[in-house]
Design a protein around this ligand. Sequence first.
Ligand SMILES: Cc1ncc(COP(=O)(O)O)c(C=O)c1O
Length: 449
Amino acid sequence: MVENSQLQLTKKLNLTTHHINHFAEPIEIEQLAVRYGTPLYITDESTLHKKVRDLRNAYSKFNGQVKLAYSVKANFTPAVLLSFIRDGITFDITSLGELHFLKRCKAPPENVIYTSVTEEFQEYYEVLQTGIKKVVVSSFSGMTNLAKAAQMLSVKPLTMVRVNPEVGVKAEIRASYRNGKFGVPFNGGTIDSATKMVKHLMDNDLLHFEGFHFHLGSQITDFSCFIHAIDKMHNFMTKMKKEFPRFTVNTLDIGGGTPVYYNESVPTPSQMADSYVPRLNRLIESHGPFDLLIESGRYLVAESSILISKIVNTKEYNEQKVVIVDTGYHLLLDAALLKQEYPQETVSARGSINEQSRNTNGKSIHLAGRLCDTYDVFPQSKASDLTGAKIGRYISFYNVGAYSVVFNMPFHCQTKPSIVMKTSNGEYKLVRRGTSYEQLFIDEGGSLI
Ligand SMILES: Cc1ncc(COP(=O)(O)O)c(C=O)c1O
């Protein structure tokens, strides 16, 4: 009954239902935890491929070519990169470190788009040397550095201008705001504005103008910001066309932001795309065809991974039970930083209701991490089910594939856990070996003393 009314409410609000990706059976989780120890990440390769298909399908009503770019910042595990390379998608990267990872995984350089924040000459030199053709510039001096590097290497990169549309974004993580760090405004009055940069690119022997990029934020559920940004882009393109008759846009990159279920139901990628694809089609009618680039980090990887942690201690007060696990925010930083409510579940809880109620006695559960830090307490999702939590059992943290492994840190001399991938043919394969205290000691200079 409760589930039914929740479903009706969800339908009314036009949102997706909760999504917990039970790709591994409890018995498999327990076996893997015993074999590799905890904490342990498990990543499902089929989910990675499915998310690529779902995101691509969402934009099927766009009257032009759609390209997907995986934002490597969300999860740079080589096995994850390799799965996406097999899908033939593009990669959105921001640093020479990420470039190194892609090179080692043999990603084709023509499938890479480089969007730097620092935009140094030496950085661009190495990027172009690798054979990358598409570069997004975000400042006039960055564009000058790219031109210098291009001249020295006798190449002519396809250059995109990152604009900051300065639209209001209702999301936890906002990347577009006035006087912001990312991109340049359309017309800010200085050389660091899209107007001046496009003008410079129009008659440029060293750089080829390719189009525009904007990124509004992450975990966006109110899509009016995309509509406002596209409308501003439309006006700007009309203005540029009047000034430069040869002005054409070959690629429009509308960044990331596709949301994921944590605590509240979120719209699907199709619902997201449907809200602004008609605007993009109108842009094509007015300005001719362009390729649409959709960047995505969170959506493509979040649901692919779970973190398994063991309950190592408990204590009971009159109203509450404190459950202490062997993980902490050093493995799930956003739980502390953004109060992200990852859905958690006691691994053996499903299907054993009598036993569950005996263990928790109706008390609410406070899920605490192993770090000696006040912030190391895990917020719980509406989908969390911690009944049956007792010492020795495992807890699965769901939807942790994005922005977690990449933030693993050694606070309290904690090591990095192993990562096991469930491959597309259903086998479990170790794809990252956990580190040891001795390795950490050496990394921290232990061998230099
Ligand atoms: C330029 C750019 N593109 C794409 C993304 C990915 O965003 P999301 O993870 O919300 O898809 C980010 C995230 O910070 C970004 O900075």
